[in-house]
Design a protein around this ligand. Structure first.
Ligand code: PLP
Length: 329
C-alpha cells in the first residue's frame, strides 16, 4: 500500500507517515515542520495559516484553524499563529510576503478550497504564487489535502492544478474511500533527512496504537486498486459536469448568490440577515431536505453538495430537487 501511494503521488513526497484521521495527519505535519527546524538548530516555530481555514479538531489542528464558536471554550489551550487573508487578491500575497520575512516555520493551506470554512474557492495561480513566496523565504509549505485529495477537485490532488509540490501533504478522507479511519502525511526528502540521524533524540516522535492499522491499510490498498483499474477521473468529470450545470441553474433562484463549482464540489450562499455558522436558514433548509429524504449539511447559510463518486444522475436529481424545493419555499 505504501509503495502504491508513493507511485501515485509526486516523487518529491516519497516518505510516508501513517496515522488515523485528518486531524492527526495535520498534527504530524506540524510536528514534522517544527522537527525540521529544530534539527537545523534554527528557532523557527511560528505557523502561518489562511484566514477562515479548517484543519481538524485536535489542539494543534484547532490552533491552525479559524477561531469561532466551535473552539472558543478551548482558546486558552490554542497556540498563536500568523493569519494571512483569504487568497482572493494580491493583498493576501503581500501579507504572506511580509509574514515570511519574520522567518516562520511553515505555511499550512487548504489548497484551492477552504472546506468547512464555507467551501470558499480560490484560483490555482494564487496557490502557486503562495508556494513561490514560501520557497523564496525557505518557509515550509504544508498542503492539507484531507478534503481536496483523491479527485475531489477534479484532479488527484488540488495542488496538481497549481503545479505545486509542497514539502508536506496530509491525506485522509478519500484514502480508504471513506470506509475506515486512516491518514497519511507525505513528506519530502529534506523533511525525512532532518529526522534521520544516528542521534535518536532527532527521530520523529509520534506514534499511536492504530498507526497503519492493517485492516484500514487493506481498505486503502483496495482503494488504490480501484484508482489503478477503474476510470475514476472520467467518473469524477461526469459528476463535475452535472454539478456545474446545476449551480448554473441555481444562480437564478431567489436569494441564491456566489454559485461556484470546483470538480465535484458545488456550493452557493442563500442570502440571510444573519449569515455565517449560526445562520438559522441552514437548519431550516436542512430540515426541509431531510423531510424529502436527503441528508444535507449546510455550513451556516452556505449550501453545498459534495457527493461520493459512485453517485448516479438519478441520485443527484433527487438531491437537486429537494434543495430547490427547500430554497424556493
Ligand atoms: C475533515 C478535515 C480535517 C480533519 O479530518 P478528521 O478526519 O475529521 O480529523 C482536516 N483538514 C481538512 C481540510 C478537513 O476537511
Amino acid at each position: 500500500m505504501a509503495e502504491g501511494l508513493a507511485a501515485l503521488f509526486p516523487p518529491g513526497l516519497a516518505h510516508l507517515f501513517f496515522s488515523d484521521s485528518g486531524s492527526t495527519a495535520v498534527e504530524v505535519a506540524l510536528k514534522m515542520a517544527l522537527g525540521f527546524w529544530a534539527a537545523r538548530g534554527e528557532a523557527r516555530h511560528r505557523i502561518l495559516v489562511l484566514d477562515g481555514s479548517y484543519h481538524g479538531d485536535t489542539i494543534g489542528a484547532m490552533s491552525v484553524g479559524a477561531r469561532g464558536v466551535f473552539n472558543a471554550a478551548y482558546a486558552p489551550l490554542l497556540f498563536d499563529v500568523g493569519t494571512i487573508p483569504f487568497p482572493g487578491d494580491d493583498d493576501a500575497l503581500n501579507a504572506l510576503e511580509a509574514a515570511c520575512r519574520q522567518r516562520p516555520a511553515a505555511l499550512i493551506v487548504e489548497p484551492l478550497v477552504l472546506g468547512a470554512g464555507g467551501m470558499r474557492m480560490y484560483a490555482p495561480d494564487r496557490l502557486s504564487a503562495m508556494a513561490a513566496i514560501c520557497a523564496r523565504h525557505g518557509v515550509l509549505l504544508i498542503a492539507d489535502e484531507v478534503m481536496t485529495g483523491w479527485g475531489r477537485t477534479g484532479t488527484l490532488t488540488a495542488c496538481e492544478q497549481a503545479g505545486v509540490v509542497p514539502e508536506i501533504m496530509c491525506l485522509s478522507k478519500g484514502l480508504t474511500g471513506g470506509s475506515l479511519p486512516l491518514a497519511v502525511t507525505l513528506a519530502s526528502e529534506a523533511i525525512y533527512d532532518a529526522h534521520y540521524a544516528p542521534d535518536r533524540a532527532r527521530m520523529f516522535f509520534h506514534s499511536s496504537s492504530y498507526t497503519a492499522n492493517p485492516i484500514a491499510c487493506a481498505a486503502a490498498a483496495a482503494n488504490l486498486t480501484i484508482w489503478r483499474e477503474e476510470p475514476i477521473l472520467e467518473r469524477i468529470a461526469s459528476v463535475a459536469a452535472m454539478q456545474g450545470e446545476w449551480v448554473d441553474r441555481a444562480a437564478d433562484w431567489p436569494g441564491v448568490v456566489n454559485t461556484r463549482c470546483l470538480g465535484t464540489i458545488a456550493a452557493f450562499e442563500v442570502e440571510d440577515s444573519r449569515p455565517g455558522y449560526l445562520s438559522t436558514l441552514g437548519p431550516s433548509i436542512k430540515a426541509k431536505c431531510a423531510a424529502a429524504g436527503v441528508l444535507l449539511r449546510p455550513l451556516g447559510n452556505t449550501v453545498y453538495v459534495m457527493p461520493p463518486y459512485c453517485v448516479t444522475a438519478d441520485d443527484l436529481a433527487q438531491v437537486y430537487g429537494a434543495i430547490e424545493a427547500a430554497i424556493t419555499a
